[in-house]
Design a protein around this ligand. Structure first.
Ligand code: NDP
Length: 609
């Protein structure tokens, strides 16, 4: 599974390209204009209020009750997905004994707890995506693991690190309040808990709240309806492997064609009486090539293999020189194009004046391949035209499937293109309307994605009060202020994990692990020094923000030309403060910081001071 990683070779002169870049640019602009909406992100509706039932937990016991907790633990972790699990595991390894993970779901798993739709798989290789494999002693069964295997692995991590005994599920943290006198946090929840903790770590996810399109008449639809992140198997029958037998004879509408829909469609196509797929923007659909794990390969793995593989992937996809490509899949083969998603200045080997031109040509070539694949697979030329994506590769999350496009060759699947009407136009009591046609359906499934960055402390949805009762929202009135994205002056012993003022990757769980290890080491150091609290100085925080601002990667021009979607705030991109040299350099920076007196940048007051 290893192949040499060679940098993209510069293309020949324009006449050798076999396509006209200017014509493609014009087509991309025209397709973007077809889809841009004046209401931008305001076109969506939250799954709250009258639509609250779309967010109900289908897996947990609705009758569950328990007495409120009024106790004390060393650390509270808000969120039981992989970020929270990694934080807990790394704290445990650092010697922290009482750890309470709190999650609004009924178990560990986060994304993989909520999303159980048919066909669900991770689109990053499981050997580098599923964390702590060596610690837990597990090798995934498939190269790209199904969601249930990933969810079970999350549970295995929790068992391995003894996290179940103190965990609180079906519990939403409603307030974090620092108690100056006791130097600890008081964690309030919607179950009346008041839990005291020396440390709090939040990892509440970035795409965690389902959203619905604000289609006129959506509330009047009387048929069955749900969102993909709350799949209703009572209605469809079957499970995540498909066999949705209760859909036999039913007319089903699926709205949306993003990364989720790509995995769902083959199963709906196989089992529904008739499937209507309502598409606004086609995804790019590349090869998947999933296969079972080779037992001989698994047996050959040597200690430290997972970290080496994760780090190698990160280097390849962020353009850091390396001799090998251990993963060798569609992500690593399109590595250069990902600079447009992951801010990084790491491709320093190409002269700046040539970079943009070379990237654009490589992008056109990649997208030509993707469009050629559509033509090869789809039998009906009109349908094939509708399924071709006309934008640059990283304008949307790339997708991978060997059965999605094929589903549109079935006579019982209809693709309904909604680009010219900016999405589905209307819903009635019984139908979904586009143009002159009302599609009468028994069920409408929304594969319409998630709100971005609305959970936890970033949005103010989880109120946080720091030293002197100051609300975090007030301290961040002019935008978040952090050291490395994790901690904020005035909010001692509080750490948040996520892609804020630091560096990210498509293999986000790897990034979360680096963050969790960093936080755990800070906590361990504070405990070693007998410290009352860990808190960045205002100077260290300002210096970090200045350094980010000076070197910030500018992706606005690229994103402004992209087709609308959540990557570019529906066509209105906003500047993001990210670490320009990419995640490999950022992780080195954190290690260097820890080894070279970084803890002096955080206030650490001795217990008896
Ligand atoms: P997305 O936001 O990617 O897709 C939403 C879809 O709904 C888009 O196709 C959008 O069209 C469409 N849509 C929205 N409003 C309307 C409307 N009014 N009429 C018609 N269509 C509409 O959500 P997903 O759930 O697919 O994916 C979200 C993210 O979750 C992914 O980007 C990825 O990060 C993650 N994910 C990861 C997976 C993995 O394997 N790791 C698997 C699945 C998801 P348009 O594009 O025109 O806006």
């Amino acid at each position: 599974m290893s192949a040499p990683h060679t940098p993209a070779t510069p293309p020949g002169p324009p006449q050798d390209l076999g396509f006209d870049p200017e014509a493609l640019r014009a087509r991309y602009r025209a397709e973007r204009e077809r889809r841009i909406r004046p209401d931008g992100s305001a076109q969506y509706r939250a799954t709250g209020g009258e639509f609250g039932y779309y967010a109900d937990d289908p897996y947990a016991d609705p009758e569950f009750t328990r007495e409120p907790l009024h106790d004390r633990v060393d650390a509270v972790i808000v969120g039981g997905g992989f970020g929270g699990l990694l934080a807990a595991a790394r704290l445990r390894q650092a010697g922290v004994e009482s750890i309470r993970v709190i999650d609004k779901g009924g178990d560990f798993g986060g994304t993989w707890y909520w999303n159980r739709y048919p066909g669900i798989h991770c689109d990053i290789e499981s050997y580098i995506y599923m964390p702590l494999l060596e610690e837990v002693g597990y090798v995934p069964k498939w190269r790209y693991a199904p969601g249930e295997e990933i969810r079970q692995h999350a549970r295995a991590i929790a068992r391995h690190f003894g996290l179940y005994a103190d965990a609180c599920f079906q519990t939403q943290v409603s307030e974090l309040r620092w108690d100056d006198a006791e130097s600890e946090w008081v964690v309030g929840t919607d179950r009346g808990d008041r839990i005291r903790a020396r440390y709090v770590i939040t990892s509440t996810g970035t795409l965690s709240q389902a959203k619905l399109p604000g289609i006129p008449g959506i509330e009047s639809y009387r048929g069955h309806t749900f969102h993909t992140s709350r799949w209703d198997y009572d209605y469809t029958g079957g499970d995540a492997d498909g066999a949705l037998h209760k859909l036999a004879g039913k007319r089903v509408a699926l709205i949306g064609t993003g990364a989720t829909a790509i995995q769902v469609v083959p199963h709906l196509a196989a089992d529904a009486g008739h499937l209507y797929v309502f598409q606004r923007t086609p995804s790019s659909v590349d090869l998947r090539d999933n296969r079972p794990t080779d037992p001989a390969w698994a047996a050959s793995l040597r200690p430290g293999w997972q970290r080496r593989r994760m780090e190698n992937f990160l280097r390849v996809v962020t353009g850091v020189r390396t001799d090998q490509d251990l993963v060798g899949d569609s992500w690593t083969s399109s590595a250069r194009l990902q600079e447009k998603l992951i801010p990084t200045n790491a491709y320093g080997d190409v002269p700046p004046e040539d970079r943009e031109r070379l990237y654009e040509i490589a992008d056109f070539q990649k997208m030509n391949e993707i469009r050629a694949r559509v033509e090869n697979v789809i039998e009906d030329p009109v349908t094939a035209e509708k399924l071709k994506p006309w934008y640059r590769y990283m304008c949307k999350r790339p997708t991978f499937s060997d059965s999605y496009l094929q589903a549109f060759n079935r006579p019982d699947v209809t693709l309904v293109d909604t680009a010219d009407t900016h999405g589905v136009q209307r819903m009635t009591e019984t139908s979904v309307v586009v143009g002159d046609t009302a599609y009468e359906v028994d069920c409408v499934i929304f594969a319409t994605g998630f709100e971005v960055g609305v959970s936890g402390i970033l949005s103010g949805q989880l109120p946080v009060y720091g030293r002197g009762g100051v609300p975090l929202f007030e301290a961040w009135a002019n935008g978040p202020r952090t050291l490395h994205g994790f901690s904020t002056h005035g909010f001692p012993n509080l750490f948040q994990l996520g892609p804020l003022q630091n560096a990210s990757s498509v293999n986000f769980v790897h990034v979360l692990d680096e963050q969790a290890q960093h936080v755990a080491e800070m906590v361990a150091e504070a405990r070693k020094r007998g410290a009352r609290y860990v808190e960045p100085t205002a100077e260290a925080q300002d210096a970090w923000l200045d350094a980010l601002a000076e070197n910030a990667p500018d992706l606005l021009a690229f994103q402004a030309e992209c087709t609308p979607g959540y990557y570019n705030n529906e066509g209105r991109p906003q500047k993001r403060n990210a670490y320009a040299d990419g995640p490999v350099a950022f992780h080195d920076l954190l290690r260097h910081w820890r080894a070279n007196g970084g803890m002096d940048d955080v206030l650490v007051e001795a217990e008896d001071a």
